[in-house]
Design a protein around this ligand. Structure first.
Ligand SMILES: [Zn+2]
Length: 256
């Protein structure tokens, strides 16, 4: 069976290998459309369900950016290996650095949302939490497209600190916004050297074998180890899956 036929059978689109200038790069192995109706909440650290990933398939996600000094290093590492990831932006940072938001999208990555001020949403009133979520979406959309809207062009959201409430989860589900947890994380909020960071996350990945991985692109230790981490994936037979919202092809999900 040809790759294209297999892709059609699986309902996925394969990335065009010709797009990647380096023949031995890790690359993005497939694009997975995520529909909030089918997958309202994913990530085994918080929820019973996760994305349908095969053994050795990973989804790379980065929270809390954009933070130009480190985000630009992460983007360079991803570009070097022709890998596409998802960035859950803090709206406040997106407002400060709209060019970096546009660059993330232009380089083919998915832009998800991560609130405006990054509060503990279980500790503030419901209305305040919703207002912060919407302000974050509006700031990200303004940076991306120059339009202030609380209808996200990519309906992917991750709660700060993974702290949600049932009422907030229900509301996002009713609005068709998929909530992302993670299957494993780098614990890069803890200070460590890039070497320690690499060891920790690769050991966790070896144990889980697959999954949605959470990093923070505003952390210098993460940016520093990203080239080595991607090399590790390549040398150990892992494949990177790029998530996009349902109903959008990879290209239309991009902002060009
Ligand atoms: Zn965060």
């Amino acid at each position: 069976m040809s790759g294209a036929a297999l892709a059609a059978l699986l309902g996925v689109s394969l990335c065009d290998a010709a797009e990647c200038p380096r023949k031995d790069a890790l690359g993005t192995s497939r694009v997975l459309s995520v529909d909030a109706k089918t997958f309202p909440r994913v990530g085994l650290k918080s929820f019973p369900q996760t994305l349908p990933l095969a053994d050795r398939e990973v989804v790379l996600t980065f929270d809390d950016g954009p933070h130009p000094p480190t985000t630009s290093k992460v983007l360079a590492a991803l570009a070097q290996e022709c890998v596409r990831a998802t960035f859950f932006l803090i709206g406040q940072h997106a407002s400060q650095y709209p060019d970096m938001v546009k660059r993330i999208a232009r380089e083919g990555h998915t832009v998800g949302h991560h609130s405006f001020t990054h509060p503990f949403m279980g500790h503030i009133p419901f209305e305040k939490a919703i207002a912060d979520i919407d302000r974050g979406i509006a700031a990200d959309e303004m940076a991306l497209h120059g339009a202030s809207t609380t209808t996200p062009s990519t309906p992917f959201f991750r709660f700060p600190y993974f702290e949600s409430t049932q009422a907030l989860l229900d509301l996002l589900q009713s609005r068709g916004i998929a909530v992302f947890g993670a299957d494993l994380w780098a614990s890069d909020w803890e200070e460590m050297t890039p070497e320690q960071q690499l060891k920790l996350v690769t050991e966790r990945l070896a144990a889980s074998g697959r999954g949605i991985i959470l990093f923070h692109d505003n952390k210098a230790q993460t940016a520093a180890m990203m080239p080595a981490f991607l090399r590790y994936l390549r040398e150990n037979g892992y494949r990177v899956v790029h998530i996009v919202p349902a109903g959008k092809s990879q290209r239309s999900a991009d902002t060009r």
